[in-house]
Write a protein that binds this ligand. Structure first.
Ligand code: C5P
Length: 293
């Protein structure tokens, strides 16, 4: 095998609770990830030594800072493989929006390289590399499109997938850097945890009705404080008959999940007339992680 092509899906957080702040400044989370039918494409080929990245789409940072590039370097360092890889990345997932695109690309690179180099690393090692790259990366190695995660995202429990549900994404023209959102949470003087802590009842995550009861994002108010336009967008999105609407991760993307496509489509049309500078994307939740190819 000389090349592996994978789809790298986006995610939303159906729930994101900040459980506490570690002494080093990082935050312990409890979160529920759901993968979406919106993907980047990652093609990895074996090649001369080193990592070569070819990006099709907006390039917000130098290649060496791209998480897919860093994933490939980390894999080569860990395994000591002398050969290199050439990565082609076709970006479809909006960047810096809380949709996990960079993390998903990184996880796809790890999986593709492990396949390319005949499963040189056991699954647990791959998860460890993923966790070192960023808190959302291990989820994208999960066999299930729905998972409950704790800590820095390195501890997660894959759950039974739910039936596909229509989703509307509101992607503003600006992003929100994750560290800014967490800093704003602290600056707002909101003591963490900002909601009573209690063990989540996983049975609630076996239906969309149950998910709607658990839906929450503890970063939302802090992020709305930073970018007040997001609060207006959220209020509009909350009034169009969705099952639930939330900020995804630290934003800036807001999403709403619907019972049926027609309500979603009507909402998309009405909202795009009101908020023309927002990218309104229609998608669905995934009931299975994408198959290779
Ligand atoms: O995980 P990621 O690299 O996107 O995090 C960027 C920054 O966001 C971290 O350096 C940290 O300041 C903040 N963060 C945090 N707690 C988390 C995730 C991110 O404080 N669980």
């Amino acid at each position: 095998m000389t090349s592996v092509r994978l789809r790298a899906p986006a995610k939303v957080n159906l729930r994101l609770r900040v459980l506490g702040r570690e002494s080093g400044g990082y935050h312990q989370l409890e979160t529920v990830f759901q993968a979406l039918d919106l993907s980047d494409e990652v093609d990895v080929r074996s090649g001369p030594a080193g990592v070569h990245l070819d990006l099709d789409g907006p390039e917000p940072c130098p290649p060496e800072e791209n998480l897919a590039y860093r994933a490939a370097s980390a894999f080569l360092d860990r395994t000591g493989i002398a050969q290199g890889v050439s990565i082609r990345l076709s970006k479809r997932i909006p960047a810096r929006g809380g949709l996990g695109g960079g993390s998903s690309d990184a996880a796809a690179v790890l999986r593709a390289m492990n396949r390319l180099f005949r499963d040189v690393l056991p699954g647990r090692e791959l998860e460890r590399l993923a966790a070192d790259l960023g808190s959302d990366v291990p989820f994208f190695l999960s066999p299930s499109p729905l998972a409950l995660a704790w800590g820095r995202g390195d501890r997660f429990l894959p759950l039974n997938a739910l039936p596909p549900a229509p989703v509307l994404l509101a992607v503003p023209a600006f992003g929100v850097e994750t560290h800014r959102a967490f800093r704003a949470l602290g600056a707002a003087g909101v003591p963490a945890p900002v909601r009573p802590v209690g063990a989540i009842d996983p049975r609630k995550l076996s239906s969309w009705e149950g998910v709607a009861e658990l839906a929450a994002n503890d970063l939302q108010d802090a992020v709305f404080g930073l970018e007040p336009v997001l609060r207006s967008l959220f209020e509009a999105l909350s009034g169009v008959g969705a099952r639930l609407s939330l900020l995804s991760g630290s934003g800036s993307t807001l999403f709403a999940l619907f019972e049926d496509r027609s309500t979603r489509d009507e909402a998309a049309e009405a909202l795009s007339r009101r908020f023309g500078d927002v990218n309104w994307l229609r998608t669905t939740t995934l009931a299975a992680m994408p198959a290779p190819g």
